[in-house]
Design a protein around this ligand. Sequence first.
Ligand SMILES: Nc1ncnc2c1ncn2[C@@H]1O[C@H](COP(=O)(O)OP(=O)(O)OP(=O)(O)O)[C@@H](O)[C@H]1O
Length: 341
Amino acid sequence: MITFNHVTKTFGEGERALKAVDDVSLTVEKGDIFGVIGFSGAGKSTLLRLVNLLERPTEGEIMVNERNISSLSQVELRRLRRRIGMIFQQFNLFNARTVFGNVAYPLKLAKVPKQEIETKVTELLQFVGLSDKANHYPEQLSGGQKQRVGIARALATSPDVLICDEATSALDPETTGEILNLLKKVNEEYHITILLITHEMHVIKSICNRVAVMDNGRVIEEGSVFNVFSNPQTKTAKNFISSVLNDRLSIKLLNKLRTDHQGRLFRLIFKGDTTNKPILSQVAKKYNIDFNIAYGSINELQVHLLGNLIVELIGADSEINHVIAELEQTIEVREVLDHES
Ligand SMILES: Nc1ncnc2c1ncn2[C@@H]1O[C@H](COP(=O)(O)OP(=O)(O)OP(=O)(O)O)[C@@H](O)[C@H]1O
């Protein structure tokens, strides 16, 4: 649906040239909720702005619905922009227009007949839960309500894609949850593909099925949320992920575990089906060793579970080695050393 093919965006020239987006290739499939995560300055906003040509790529091509958007005429570009709704961190509502007027605005621009506008806006306000606020002005609304108006307005032209620029960053955690649920509903009920950028991993964990991690303009990791979360390759991805999975130990806790547990410590990672099998107790019985659970966490990632246990294995070294070899056939096992990378 959206493909970036070796896309680079350079700002400035000569010594001052800066590659905000650097040789990015990725594909957002129809139906995805695709999240791009990165620290401030990683290039996320620029990447998003390239999709509707608010920025033009310096190199590479961007395909939307199999058409290279750089070759579109002005008329085609306007049509494309109607197929791509956008919502913003600061909502960008018109303060002088009512909630109804804000949502109706893109339809008025498209010269849709008045009666149709009335029907569409009424439907959308009901969808976002703001039917009773139609005649209110933005300043009378909470942040979450403003973002609901932003979402209704973005949906007015019945887009195929919704792009979200840090849509929940200005909201408190509870309201963030409500807006994320609403975005999921947009994806499921209106079948709209969503491309979002965020610096908060819990946003990715809550609603995305695919994720790309950006650093210094480059995509350094990309894949299904489950695969990237359960097997991150880069330090940046590991840091983002541990912030939500709660699976890394602080040095302080690790030292305490070392003092409390004299045996060897192992981290066991259970993915998918292995989370509900008594793998550990079966192997421990077979080799006559004891185990002590020192730490554990379990996370739900879409329909999959990802479990993390740190266990102390107590017994003869030769038996422990057998246990590890057998566990490794079904789950991931790592000995916990003095610090974890
Ligand atoms: N119009 C511009 N002119 C010059 N440099 C720019 C321009 N827009 C962005 N940049 C630079 O490109 C880099 C990437 O910026 P971008 O806003 O895309 O990052 P980001 O990941 O979205 O960060 P943030 O979350 O802080 O917005 C930054 O170094 C930024 O200063």
